[in-house]
Ligand binder design. Structure first.
Ligand code: SF4
Length: 369
């Protein structure tokens, strides 16, 4: 059976990068006008040649998004359960070599945090942990899902990659969505940024979406950490991965995020800086390439930027986020994984969304659907 691994090996990083840079204005016009787009069209849409067409990209992206999703923005919030981690990742405040106080929430603390999130109106929660199998392995995740299931209709998870049987077990408990970002598809740079721990296994991470598809997850999220490598090439591989997964696991839904490297304690400077205009270009390119994929933006981005991209293709947004375990109530002063840029409350963000003529959607999923 074919796998993404086979497809991945057929695309060399350097030739992909060169072919994106070689795209012309004619290629961009073709990508905008054609009714059936392929990965060559996506390359044209993210190329430097598309930048003069940004306004047209934005209009097209808006029109496609409103046709498919209406004027709605799904609201979600991260719940950091633990900052314990045995991996070294050069860009993360929770990295094993970072001397910070470690904390994993117990049952009472999870419920205390959940009560705050419920009082803010959230019905979709994203569980986040580092990778520490002794403390936050599958048994811990299973227990937390059982504990919070009565409070949320949509449970997402962003934790270490797991085996297919683990996903099957957690899905049976009520897990709906898993986010697993490749960080970068550049294999050598991946190894530089993940020198120690299980996360240093590039292959295992690359194959995670495949295992999720086999476990029949409802939705999975893909993406790279923008700033580690050339964003255009990395995002081409994300689109390649998405395209493969959609064709192979057609029952699953997909979302994409585009986190830009943020400052944190002991921080890494981005190798490649992406401007705001380039991030707008990328959002529009993903939407024009794929009308079904959900596009999500977190509080890493600042308020002005988030306000401005609401109507350009985004379909989901976090709000009021804390990126430290216990950040909502239990230990609000502890060290965050990265600095939040948009610090407005969920109510303020919901108001901003309404002021733009959009509806904030707190409940987007029900087991009964
Ligand atoms: S990115 Fe994840 S795996 Fe890496 S150090 Fe941070 S919490 Fe651990």
């Amino acid at each position: 059976m074919n796998s993404f691994q086979t497809l991945f090996q057929q695309h060399s990083w350097d030739s992909v990068k060169q072919s994106i840079l070689a795209k012309t204005a004619q290629d961009v016009q073709h990508a905008l006008q054609t009714s059936k787009r392929n990965l060559e069209d996506f390359k044209a849409l993210i190329s430097p040649a598309a930048m003069p067409f940004l306004e047209i990209l934005a209009q097209k992206s808006q029109q496609i998004t409103q046709k498919r999703f209406g004027k709605t923005i799904q609201m979600y919030v991260p719940l950091y359960l633990s900052n314990e981690c045995q991996n070294i990742c050069t860009y993360c405040g929770f990295s094993f070599d970072n001397k910070i106080k470690r904390k994993t929430l117990n049952d009472q603390e999870v419920i205390a945090e959940v009560e705050v999130l419920k009082s803010m109106g959230f019905d979709h929660v994203l569980l986040v942990t580092g990778e520490a199998n002794q403390t936050v392995g599958v048994p811990y995740l299973k227990k937390v899902i059982q504990l919070i299931r009565p409070y949320f209709s949509h449970i997402s998870m962003e934790v270490q990659p797991l085996d297919e049987t683990d996903y099957t077990e957690l899905i049976a408990e009520g897990l709906n969505t898993v986010l697993v970002y490749q960080e970068t598809y550049h294999e050598e740079d991946y190894k530089l940024h993940h020198p120690k721990g299980k996360k240093s296994n590039f292959q295992y991470r690359l194959e995670t979406p495949e295992r999720l598809g086999k476990a029949e997850i409802h939705k999975m999220g893909l993406g790279v950490l923008i700033g580690l490598e050339d964003w255009r090439t990395d995002c081409f591989y994300t689109a390649l991965h998405l395209d493969y997964l959609e064709k192979t696991f057609w029952k699953t839904k997909y979302s994409i995020s585009f986190p830009r490297l943020r400052p944190f304690s002991g921080g890494l400077e981005p190798k490649v800086v992406m401007s705001d205009a380039e991030l707008v270009q990328l959002i529009c390119a993903y939407r024009i390439f794929n009308e079904e994929v959900e596009l999500s933006i977190s509080t890493r981005e600042n308020e002005i930027f988030r306000d401005n991209v609401i109507n350009l293709g985004i379909t989901a947004m976090s709000a009021g986020s804390k990126t430290n375990p216990g950040g909502y109530k239990v230990e609000p002063q502890s060290l965050e994984q990265f600095e939040i840029s948009d610090e407005r409350s969920p109510a303020e963000i919901a108001k901003m969304i309404q002021n733009q003529g959009y509806e904030p959607v707190w409940k987007d999923w029900d087991m009964a659907f």
